[in-house]
Design a binder for this molecule. Structure first.
Ligand code: BES
Ligand code: MN
Ligand code: ZN
Length: 477
């Protein structure tokens, strides 16, 4: 799809269709547009949409009208969804070229457009005529709006990159594939260094926890590190650490077969980590940042770790593997130790589809956030709400530490049913020393069961937007 920007007013664009946002009082509308909307009982509520034709004063034959709600209450989520609904309506009705202007915020408009148009259909070889595609999209705006539009486009494309990696099945998106796709995506971007370590390296690093998961699979594990230096030399980096289980069968503590396939998405934290650094680097943000992703399958092979096995993590702590399905915390423990000692980061944020208990606690509307640092929490909260990927703070309280005490090792990797997400976070806390660390359990929000607005059915690539916003805000510090 070809994307361009112009200063030509939207009404004069020579395209098949344009998107028009309408507030709920319809007052600004005139001519046959107002008449048609009234006949069609269009009230301008958020989420409403109508396809109209041959509107007075608009050159394009098709007009997608999208409701924006109350003007005083307009927010970025409404804009993202309206932009997505508008372009999708035109696309699905045969338009090949569309025009759009800022719906109140050019960045959110772009995010809505490019996130909304994303579709995961690359593995389908049949019936492509039933999945129409746009050939051209033109943004109409002034210089300042065009700048913001391009920022939104970059962020959305990075999030789509994360969605895709999270969505791809595990026979294709192996750890090795993750590495290759990352090298490909970062090609030609300045100030980036990519390293991909193998299991031999992990052995030298004494990453017994990471390797205890990789052992059960024949697919080679990888430990991916992306460094971006856009800030001043010596400035401590923001570090993102993502869980990259390309398939979670549970291992010897094998999962039930129903819906096990969803566990191809257990690498969503790693995908979001790579997507976040990709956007930060493409935007050329004035920060230093690193992305770290331990990548492996969790399988019940002949060499697999068995329940009650004891392994040693790279900080020397011994772990009793009570349940091999609690593998995310195992690979993250070594990744957190490595990140802290290698980069001495300003802040560490880990991102993981870590616990089923998180889905039970918060469902699909909030990302559970664990941190002891009140200021970091405020920063994350602000960035997440602005990005439309809201975080909710969860307790990280020493009282829960008792649940992961082991009788044969320093700790065990499960803490029983009560507060399963919190005990998982408490486990991770054993492997981080600094206070400015946050753990994001994205298990509930990583994928969506239905398509709505800019969200597809399937992997959402969260929280790329929130983390990029966090990095944008950090530039001012
Ligand atoms: N990847 C799963 C968590 C998960 C479940 C994410 C459902 C998204 C949807 C994780 O590795 C896991 O299996 N966790 C166990 C931990 C338990 C064995 C302590 C869980 O939540 O059941
Ligand atoms: Mn698991
Ligand atoms: Zn898992």
């Amino acid at each position: 799809m070809n994307e361009t920007q112009e200063k030509t007013p939207l009404e004069e664009l020579n395209v098949d269709g344009v998107v028009i946002g309408v507030y709920d009082d319809l007052s600004a509308q005139a001519g046959n547009l107002k008449e048609y909307l009234t006949i069609g009982k269009f009230e301008g509520k958020g989420g409403q949409k109508r396809l109209l034709f041959n509107i007075d004063g608009i050159k394009a034959p098709m007009v997608a009208v999208v409701g924006m709600g109350k003007k005083e209450e307009i927010d970025l989520e409404t804009i993202r969804n309206a932009a997505a609904d508008g372009v999708k309506l035109l696309r699905d009705n045969g338009a090949k070229s569309v025009g759009i202007a800022s719906l109140g915020d050019a960045r959110a408009t772009a995010e809505g457009v490019f996130l909304g148009l994303y579709r995961f259909d690359e593995l389908m070889t049949m019936n492509s005529e039933k999945r129409p595609n746009l050939e051209q999209i033109i943004f109409s705006g002034d210089e300042e709006e065009i700048k913001e539009w391009l920022i939104g486009k970059t962020i959305a494309e990075a999030q789509n990159f994360a969605r895709r990696l999270g969505e791809l099945p595990s026979n294709i998106a192996t750890p090795t594939y993750f590495v290759k796709q990352t090298q490909e995506a970062f090609k030609g971007i300045d100030n980036v260094k990519i390293k991909a370590f193998d299991e031999k390296w992990a052995e030298k690093e004494k990453m017994g926890a990471f390797l205890s998961v990789a052992k059960g699979s024949d697919e080679p594990a990888k430990f991916l590190v992306i460094e971006y230096n856009g800030g001043s030399e010596g400035q401590k980096p923001l570090a993102f650490v993502g869980k990259g289980i390309t398939f979670d069968s549970g291992g010897i503590s094998i999962k039930p077969s129903a819906n096990m396939g969803a566990m191809r998405g257990d690498c969503s934290g790693a995908a979001a980590t790579i997507g976040t650094i990709l956007a930060i680097a493409k935007l050329g943000l004035k920060v230093n940042a690193v992305g770290v992703a331990p990548l492996t399958e969790n399988m019940p092979g002949g060499h697999a770790t068995k329940p009650s096995d004891v392994v040693f993590a790279s900080n020397g702590k011994s772990i009793e593997v009570e349940n091999t399905d609690a593998e995310g915390r195992m690979i993250l423990s070594d990744a957190l130790v490595y990140t802290e000692k290698t980069f001495d980061p300003h802040t560490i944020i880990d991102i993981a589809t870590l616990t089923g208990a998180m889905v039970i606690a918060l469902g699909e509307h909030y990302i559970g956030t664990f941190t002891r640092d009140d200021k970091l929490w405020e920063e994350l909260k602000e960035a997440s709400y602005k990005a439309g990927e809201p975080f909710w703070r969860m307790p990280l309280d020493k009282k829960y530490r008792k649940q992961i005490e082991s009788t044969i090792a320093d700790i065990k990797n499960t803490g029983g049913r009560p507060a399963g997400s919190i005990t998982a976070a408490m486990f991770l806390a054993e492997f981080v020393e600094r206070n400015r660390w946050a753990h994001l359990d994205i298990a509930g929000k990583a994928w969506s069961s239905s398509e709505k607005g800019y969200k597809p059915k399937g992997n959402l690539g969260v929280p790329v937007r929130a983390l990029v916003q966090f990095a944008i805000n950090h530039q001012k510090e």
